[in-house]
Design a protein around this ligand. Structure first.
Ligand code: SF4
Ligand code: SF4
Length: 253
């Protein structure tokens, strides 16, 4: 069953003896992995499952619930589900060439052009936002930080020449002695104060130091990988292919 409830959750119409447990706030008790309620044949997703979130979460819930429903209908354990496919592929094309646009743009966000106020205020039917033209849309897209292209570090290749430290425009790479995280964050090239963002810490290098990188400020510009004489840094595109409902998600295919 698909239930669309908008932003308000209210389930007085579900009989309380239907086998679906509700918490004190009136929300159904739903498993966070399988989206199954305490009545095994009923699944919830989107705002109906865990309260208001955005549409991206609703789509993700729908996909995960679909896997559960597929397995349930085929008599399989809904908790046994394959993980997504994840992969990293090098974007290197030449010494200074990458398969993605790695130029750094210092532009501020481009403002969406608006209709003349005199015209816009005359009628409620006038569309106020005109949208970008092709040139402006392209310029705005150039501000993309390429968050899907990751900096990948290979400790055995590193000769600790510090060339990547010198070139990094954000000072986010440090070679130093390892330490307790809070103290280590304070003595990086640029102190890393955003605790919600993990540090990228390498294994021990030949000198006994580690490489620490503050992912929070990295621009994914690839200059570290261009400058590195040994290829210890590489820029690799992250691919995520989520599990799909259907034969591929079942144990018995
Ligand atoms: S990709 Fe750019 S910003 Fe990120 S660590 Fe390398 S040089 Fe620094
Ligand atoms: S430029 Fe390469 S070899 Fe030199 S310190 Fe950085 S990662 Fe190591």
């Amino acid at each position: 069953m698909l239930i669309a409830v908008g932003q308000e959750n209210s389930f007085p119409w579900i009989e309380r003896d239907a086998g679906i447990d509700f918490n004190p706030s009136g929300m159904p008790v739903v498993d966070k992995t399988t989206f199954q309620s305490t009545q095994p044949r009923v699944f919830f997703g989107g705002d109906a499952a865990f309260g208001p979130k955005n549409i991206i979460w609703a789509v993700a819930h729908g996909r995960d619930a679909a896997i559960s429903i597929d397995k349930f209908c085929n008599g399989e354990d809904v908790r046994v589900r394959p993980g997504p496919l994840v992969n990293l592929v090098s974007q290197k094309m030449g010494i200074h060439e990458w398969s993605y646009d790695n130029d750094i743009s210092g532009d501020l966000r481009h403002k969406v052009p608006l209709k003349d106020q005199v015209i816009a205020l005359k009628s409620i039917k006038v569309e106020v936002e005109l949208g970008f033209d092709a040139k402006m849309a392209f310029a705005e897209a150039q501000r993309c930080l390429n968050c899907d292209v990751q900096t990948v570090f290979s400790p055995p290749l590193c000769i600790e020449c510090d060339a990547c430290v010198d070139i990094c425009p954000m000072d986010c790479i440090t070679f130093t002695a390892n330490g307790e995280e809070k103290e280590l964050r304070g003595r990086l090239s640029a102190p890393a104060g955003e605790f919600s963002q993990d540090l990228y810490i390498s294994d021990l290098l030949k000198t006994g130091r580690i490489m620490a990188k503050d992912e929070d400020v990295c621009l994914h510009c690839g200059l570290c990988a261009e400058r590195c004489p040994t290829g210890a840094w590489d820029m690799r595109k992250f691919l995520l292919d989520v599990t799909h409902a259907g034969p591929a998600c079942r144990s018995q295919k």
